[in-house]
Write a protein that binds this ligand. Structure first.
Ligand code: PHE
Length: 335
């Protein structure tokens, strides 16, 4: 929950074309322009969309800070009241593009759940500050591949801490959420010899894998949350939890309950940084493919230091990752 006002700027507007409520939330620009994706999905009420934008934008501040990126945290939420027709969807994106344009570069957007690289091409007709365009349009394409790579880097660090070996071969892994990143992870983990089971509200996405019901309380060596967030409570039974979903915990105090129960939860804003790291390093900092991937691979080292610090200080990985992010934010505030 967001308990007190801490965002720099939040605008919720009823889309004039679509009639869909759209929120752009900028949590912080202390490290640079805010950056974060455009999420388009169904929410029961506009307030649910606004609340999600507040939480997700705060998560982006921490994600970008921990990754050492010169960007703050922001997010757009297009809160669809029901399934949109293709024409309504285009209108909603146009309304979002107009709103994002009004931020004049103080908020940069990319894809997120419900939007694609092709949607970023459309947003570019409203604002130059849309990233992750397809390669045919001069961008670096979908951020899902680099996001999955970052999760795999975090997973290696988690495996070596929890099981003493960074190899996933022979481990039982359950991926919950078979969207663009979840499905890449399932494929890669199977190729690495893991015993993979998957869950999704849409069973057709699970084809080719052992399917299990959508539950975060499954028995597994590794639980991979790859769907929408706010789902991990104290009932987790896997000893290691690491995945690309944003805002995974029902509330921050779950981090302590999980640690006390012997569950190693790798903070989502550390594990899920691969997409934003790769895209912005390439598209705004001019790094080449290999240099940008090296920045993604560095997530493994970050997770090692977060887990080691938590063990040494008797704290949680969440507390240590937040300290890392807050130190970066504070250091910049002093200069
Ligand atoms: N969806 C990405 C995330 O949550 C956001 C993003 C990706 C923003 C790529 C810009 C570029 O981190």
């Amino acid at each position: 929950m967001v308990e007190s006002w801490e965002h720099e700027e939040v605008v919720t507007r009823l889309g004039r074309r679509s009639g869909v409520p759209i929120t752009v939330a900028v949590h912080s620009r202390r490290l640079g322009p805010a950056a974060g994706g455009v999420r388009l999905r169904h929410y029961p009420t506009w307030q649910d969309g606004l609340t999600d934008a507040l939480l997700l934008s705060k998560g982006m501040t921490y994600k970008n800070a921990v990754a050492g990126l010169p960007f703050g945290g922001g997010k757009t939420v297009i809160a669809a009241p029901s399934t949109l027709t293709p024409a309504q969807r285009t209108d909603a994106l146009a309304d979002a593009g107009e709103l994002i344009a009004s931020f004049e570069g103080s908020y940069l957007c990319g894809p997120d759940i419900g939007t694609t690289s092709d949607d970023m091409v459309y947003l570019r007709s409203f604002t130059p500050h849309a990233f992750c365009l397809p390669e045919s349009h001069g961008g670096t394409g979908s951020s899902s591949g680099p996001t999955a790579r970052g999760v795999l880097a975090a997973l290696r660090a988690g495996l070596s801490t929890v099981f003493g070996s960074s190899s996933v071969a022979g481990r039982r892994v359950v991926v919950v959420g078979m969207g663009s990143v979840g499905s890449l992870l399932a494929r890669s983990l199977s190729a690495q010899g893991a015993s993979v089971a998957v869950a999704d509200v849409d069973p057709s996405r699970c084809a080719g894998y052992e399917q299990v019901p959508v539950s975060y309380a499954v028995e597994a060596d590794v639980l991979v949350p790859a769907a929408v967030g706010g789902v991990i409570g104290p009932d987790v039974r896997a000893p290691l939890v690491v995945g690309p979903a944003n805002n995974q915990l029902v509330s921050d105090d779950v981090a302590e309950t999980l640690s006390a129960a012997g569950v190693t939860w790798i903070p989502d804003f550390v594990a899920s940084g691969g997409g934003v790291i790769y895209t912005l390093c390439r598209e705004t900092s001019g790094l080449d493919h290999d240099a940008a991937l090296a920045r993604v691979a560095a997530i493994e080292e970050t997770v090692h230091s977060v887990l080691n610090a938590a063990a040494a200080n008797g704290t949680t990985p969440l507390a240590e990752a937040m300290t890392l992010a807050e130190d970066r934010l504070a250091a910049l505030a002093l200069t």
